[in-house]
Design a protein. Sequence first.
Lengths: 154, 180
Amino acid sequence: MGMFDFLSNAGKKLFHHGEDNAEAIKKEIEGSFSELPVDGLVVDVADDTVTLAGLAKDIATREKAILIAGNVEGVAHVNADQLVSPEIVAATNTRDLPEPVFYTIQKGDTLWGISTDFYKDGSKYPLIVEANLEVIKDADKIYPGQAIRIPELA
Amino acid sequence: MNKITILSIITASVLLVGCGEESKKEATEAATKAVETTTEAAGNAVKATKEAADKAVEAAKEATEKAVEATKEAAEATKEATAKAVDKVEKAAGDAVADAEGAKLYAKCSGCHGADGKTKALGKSPVIAGQSKEDLVTKLNAYKAGTRNEAGMGTLMKGQVASMDDKSIAALAAYVSTLK
């Protein structure tokens, strides 16, 4: 991600007064590759700063797109914060880990009853057994005070 | 009617038995009178019967008309129910098509948002799974219009939805809202 600096007085003369410079850079990038380099490419130009956004095919393509935009006369900065590639996505995506759900068996509990309480369906109790194989060694021998885990329904 | 006749005859007979010539004549007259009364009664009865029959016919006619009306109404109701059912089926088919369309559109989103919509894209987007369809449509349209910049990724998202029309956005939003 990040902001990249270039010499604004060097490079290809793409910018023309009163024309859509963003569109010109977009065409320049897309025209430089044999297949679409950036899915959903958006180019914004504000003064000497170009913002690129989209999903580049890969890391190399992303870097080339940044360079193509930067090597335009009049461009001093390329903001590529929103130009990502599958590698960047894979490295930055996160998922909330599910909070563990533990349950302590009470006197009089049955697996069927526990399954009914948590899943509103007693017949799903094998899921609980399955999720506690090493804890509930014998489904017929659960005991009060024994703690088990209640897995999330897939 | 029969009772009257029998009564008349009995009366006449009683009068006839043990009576003289004159009383016989009187009895005959009485009997004749009784027969006349009977005949008249019979006539009245026939008239009454006819009236009753007419009334019955009228009632039957009315009932038939009502039944026809009811049948018509039932047919109308059936027609309506059928139309509704057809609508429902068509809608279900439409929904299924939209679902498939939504799933197809979501394929490119899943890279960042996760196949189940529960990934925080680039570690900073909210979880999109299960958001309401209405909210999602609003947000997607805002991205398209360039007025939304969630987590500083508005331009990236703009590029992703730029080519989607209202129908696609609706289908995609519907699909994401069903993710769990």
